[in-house]
Design a binder for this molecule. Structure first.
Ligand SMILES: Nc1ncnc2c1ncn2[C@@H]1O[C@H](COP(=O)(O)OP(=O)(O)OP(=O)(O)O)[C@@H](O)[C@H]1O
Length: 262
């Protein structure tokens, strides 16, 4: 079973920013990248799936319409990480991850709860931050803590909005490696918005490409990423080569002039 989007539309006031997005069989166990230019609608799509913005159409998770699910069941199954995380909490990283798990699984035993928190912090490599307060973390550390709060719940569906945007090169690799292992092990459906196409091609098995509120391409990065698609999507002249790891690498050569774009 999997995630399916049927005729999903989102409007802000009179402005429609997502236009009847259809997408079947977004399957578990793999990372799926959601890419597209600024303003293409990636965050709106993730928020709509997460039930955080009014929408038309239907989102099915394992065949079940998410909007008909009771709030508690939905909160257990779906975890969403926004682009920017709140900075105000004075909880420690450990307390915040523990709290996230207790809300999702209030009946879980004390030992299992604490073991799960310790494991997720260790897997993400942030055990050393456990007793640090969230409000004094760096942006990248907060992003790692935010992901820990989601993974500890072991949701069925993970929706991540640019989860590596604040991370340095090493932590980008650490986070995506851990995420890929978690998603494969738990058979999680994972859809994440990413700007870095080269990270997406390296870690994601499938790519959804958005432009102006529509889904314009879907498939394996090596198959769908072409200079033509990059021109259409981002307004750039780019080459796509195969790097020594065997994955496609996008070399952006030049931005097309603003007045040459539609
Ligand atoms: N709360 C809002 N109210 C009104 N318009 C909005 C709101 N949020 C987003 N939009 C508009 O919806 C369109 C899609 O925005 P969205 O944030 O979904 O794009 P995105 O692909 O995630 O962009 P980015 O890569 O810059 O984060 C944009 O034109 C944006 O101005």
């Amino acid at each position: 079973m999997s995630l399916e989007l049927q005729q999903l539309s989102v409007s802000y006031g009179a402005r429609t920013v997502l236009q009847s997005v259809d997408c079947a069989a977004l399957n578990p166990g793999k990372l799926i990248a959601l890419v597209g230019a600024n303003g293409a609608g990636k965050s709106s799509l993730l928020r709509a799936i997460a039930g955080m913005t009014p929408m038309q159409g239907q989102v099915l998770l394992d065949g079940e319409p998410l909007h008909r699910m009771r709030a508690a069941a939905r909160a257990r199954k779906v975890a969403y990480m926004p682009q920017s995380l709140p900075q105000t909490s004075s909880l420690t990283v450990y307390e915040s991850v523990l709290g996230a798990l207790r809300i999702a699984s209030p009946h879980m035993g004390h030992q299992e709860t604490h073991a799960r928190v310790a494991t997720v912090l260790q897997d993400l490599g942030i055990g050393g931050l456990a007793m640090h307060r969230l409000d004094i973390l760096s942006g990248g550390q907060r992003q790692m803590a935010g992901l820990a709060q989601l993974l500890v719940r072991q949701p069925r569906l993970l929706l991540l909005d640019e989860p590596t945007s604040a991370l340095d090169l090493r932590w980008q690799l650490c986070l995506l490696d851990t995420l890929a292992s978690h998603v494969a092990l738990r058979e999680t459906v994972c859809l994440m918005a990413v700007h870095d196409l080269n990270l997406a091609t390296r870690f994601c098995d499938e790519m959804l490409v958005m432009a102006a509120g529509r889904l314009i391409a879907r498939g394996e990065p090596a198959v769908i990423l072409t200079p033509e698609l990059l021109k259409q999507t981002y307004g750039i002249v780019a080459r796509v080569e195969t790097c020594s790891l065997g994955t496609p690498i996008v070399i952006a050569e030049q931005a097309l002039p603003h007045d040459s774009l539609d």
